[in-house]
Design a protein around this ligand. Structure first.
Ligand code: SAM
Length: 239
């Protein structure tokens, strides 16, 4: 009889954001497929969980999928986790989920932490329709094209960005969506220095470029970028 692949979200910062069900499945599975074993060991030892780990990341995923599917086909129960948040959302994981489905292995996805919905809800931007783009293309020309495709959709556009590129990306958003588009940078969600930088695209660019000049530390950390091409305006006091 086939085993089960459990997809388990882990916290994106605050360790208390793991669910009771996640802990119980992690404690009862046969092995855990994870991204960075050192990172996962920290989390698991915090919760006093000790299980065999199989590292599964972007560069070895094809090779590891075969081994994991073999174990699942032999009836083992596997938990898939990533370094943070929900596996398969801009993380390795999709390939394993797809392979499990193709091999008639049951996939159970636990609901839990992820950066995009946390950012969207806290942004105050329209939530009735949104587009999540993962990480945008890195080259300026390609990134611009990708963003331009969302211009007329009237949906909140959400993407992940690294701190090294945040300034350049916000500038690109001003160019593509215009100065008055409503924008939010959700930084360090659920962590000590969590903040939402809200305003029109020009204001957000001013804030982030001033910080980059005066205090580079305030532009580090993890970011989710949200932008709304609609006319919905933030209230006067928005930060
Ligand atoms: N699987 C994760 C999820 O469910 O959100 C996303 C993993 S992706 C490799 C990592 C990116 O997610 C970061 O570069 C950042 O853009 C975003 N992210 C993750 N944690 C975050 C946090 N605490 N605050 C803001 N953004 C975060």
């Amino acid at each position: 009889m086939n085993g089960i692949l459990y997809v388990i979200p882990t916290p994106i910062g605050n360790l208390e954001d793991i669910t009771l069900r996640a802990l119980s499945v992690l404690a009862s599975c046969d092995f855990i497929a994870c991204e960075d074993t050192r990172q996962s060991l920290k989390l698991l030892s915090h919760f006093k969980i000790s299980k065999p780990l199989i590292s599964f990341y972007s560069y070895n995923e094809q090779r590891r999928v075969k081994a994991i599917i073999e174990k699942l086909s032999n009836g083992e129960k596997a938990a898939l986790i990533s370094d943070a948040g929900t596996p398969a959302i801009s993380d390795p994981g999709y390939v394993l989920v797809k392979a499990a489905i193709e091999n008639s292995i049951k996939v159970e996805v636990l609901p839990g932490a992820n950066a995009l919905t946390t950012a969207l809800v806290g942004s105050g931007l329209p939530t009735d329709g949104f587009i999540f783009c993962g990480f945008l293309k890195r080259k300026s020309g390609k990134m611009k094209k990708e963003l331009e495709a969302f211009l007329n959709l009237e949906k909140t556009v959400i993407f992940y960005e690294s701190p090294h590129r945040i300034l350049r990306t916000v500038e690109m958003c001003v160019n593509v969506f215009g100065k008055n588009a409503q924008m939010c940078l959700a930084r360090e969600l659920t962590k000590k220095f969590e903040e939402f930088i809200r305003g029109n695209a020009n204001e957000v660019f001013d804030i982030i470029s001033t910080r980059a000049r005066e205090n580079a530390k305030a532009t580090v950390g993890e970011f989710v970028v949200l932008i709304s091409p609609t006319k919905t305006k933030y209230p006067e006091r928005h930060t």
